[in-house]
Write a protein that binds this ligand. Structure first.
Ligand SMILES: Cc1cc2nc3c(=O)[nH]c(=O)nc-3n(C[C@H](O)[C@H](O)[C@H](O)COP(=O)(O)O)c2cc1C
Length: 370
């Protein structure tokens, strides 16, 4: 890390920043679900950070439109991220879970849930072709080892990153040739980015303070810290631990450009550090989310949660109706633990400006003689 004061302006441009072509060591996490809009991604890029689109749950056409939209809004580098976890075996009986979710359906005015679940064909391979063909400069992966995909993206000139929750998984990603590894601490919102972990096995939950330095010591590629980082103090702490950038998700859910629906945003603004839980009840894989009626109802139903992504598929009509009705009780509200650190919505440019200012203030405080 090189830190110096330029007329009160602090530069924390790490060598990873130089390789990514960004000015600040700040990455806006890709967040599937419609939250990381092209407007958000481009605004973060234009403010000197790295914005990332999330490909998961988009059609090929939607991803193409989003990439085009980002390119209209910024000429800076940006990324696209893929979730790699393969589907679990199809469940044989979904009726008990559907009966539990019917509680939400009756509140939302929906018909009882279908017991015949049909998983749509995966879009990931076609989306990945698109990203390679259109030369998206940064390609990210989570919940799996990209293996040959990393090689192909790199061959096309992309910078490749992937997310890990343990040192062993980080070593595997390094062996697959990724250019950087996101260390996902247990504080992080969203799915636990484990490689090959059966979705009903206990997901490792190592806190960021312990994970980052151990990963930094074990791998040769740059490490990016993710999980609970909401302000300049967190970004600086990540750099002190040896990370070369910080990846922030929950903080950017509050950006006005994010697609976050109002009731979700309001819960994020009001929630405290104890209000999230790591649960399989939303999608079938461990994810950190705010506790709400879906989580409570499914967890207490006494029915086995379906595998990934069948649990999400079973609840799809409930989630869609809840979001359309601005109902935070029955939608998945993925979120990290740093919740008290952001209490209002502001533009992505304002978030980036305050992160930069806080970083400068923290550095100044550290340098001040006792
Ligand atoms: C709503 C939400 C959706 C997410 N979706 C993705 C995703 O599609 N791909 C991915 O790599 N990470 C995803 N993540 C995890 C982030 O990459 C990152 O690990 C996490 O946001 C960091 O913790 P924080 O939210 O406390 O900042 C998501 C996180 C949230 C909160």
């Amino acid at each position: 890390m090189s830190a110096h004061d330029v007329g009160g302006n602090t530069s924390l441009k790490t060598s990873l920043c130089t390789r990514l072509g960004i000015d600040l060591p700040i990455i806006q996490a890709p967040m599937a679900g419609g939250w990381t809009t092209p407007a958000l991604v481009a605004a973060v890029c234009n403010a000197g950070g790295l914005g990332m689109l999330a490909a998961a749950r988009l059609s090929l056409e939607q991803l193409r439109d989003q990439i085009d939209a980002v390119r209209r809004l910024t000429s800076r580098p940006f990324g696209v991220n893929f979730l790699l976890a393969p589907p679990d075996a199809a469940p044989t009986d979904v009726s008990a879970i559907q009966r539990a979710l019917d509680v939400g359906r009756s509140k939302l005015g929906l018909m009882p849930g279908s017991t015949a679940l049909q998983l749509p064909p995966s879009q990931t391979a076609a989306q990945f072709d698109l990203v390679c063909e259109t030369r998206v400069p940064i390609v990210g992966f989570a919940m799996g080892d990209p293996g040959p995909w990393a090689e192909r993206a790199k061959h096309g000139g992309a910078f490749v990153m992937a997310m890990a929750t343990t040192v062993d998984d980080a070593l595997r990603l390094q062996a697959s040739g990724v250019d950087a590894i996101v260390a996902q601490g247990s504080e992080a919102g969203g799915h636990r980015s484990s490689l090959d972990l059966p979705s009903d096995a206990e997901a490792p939950l190592v806190g960021l303070l312990a994970l980052v330095p151990q990963m930094v010591d074990a791998v040769q590629v740059p490490v990016i810290a993710a999980g609970g980082i909401m302000d300049g103090r967190g970004v600086l702490a990540a750099l002190v631990l040896g990370a070369q950038a910080a990846q922030l998700g929950t903080r950017f859910l509050l950006a006005t450009e994010s697609g976050t629906f109002d009731a979700y945003r309001q819960r994020l603004i009001e929630a405290a550090e104890i209000d999230t839980v790591v649960t399989r009840s939303l999608t079938g894989r461990a994810a950190r989310a705010l506790r709400n009626d879906v989580v409570r109802t499914v967890e207490s139903a006494g029915a086995s949660v379906l595998g990934w992504p069948y649990q999400a598929l079973a609840a799809e009509d409930v989630y869609r109706a809840a979001i359309a009705n601005n109902d935070a009780a029955w939608a998945p509200l993925l979120a990290g633990q740093g919740l008290r650190l952001a209490r209002k919505a502001s533009s992505a440019a304002e978030i980036m400006a305050s992160l930069k200012e806080e970083l400068a203030l923290q550095l100044e405080a550290l340098n001040r003689p006792a």
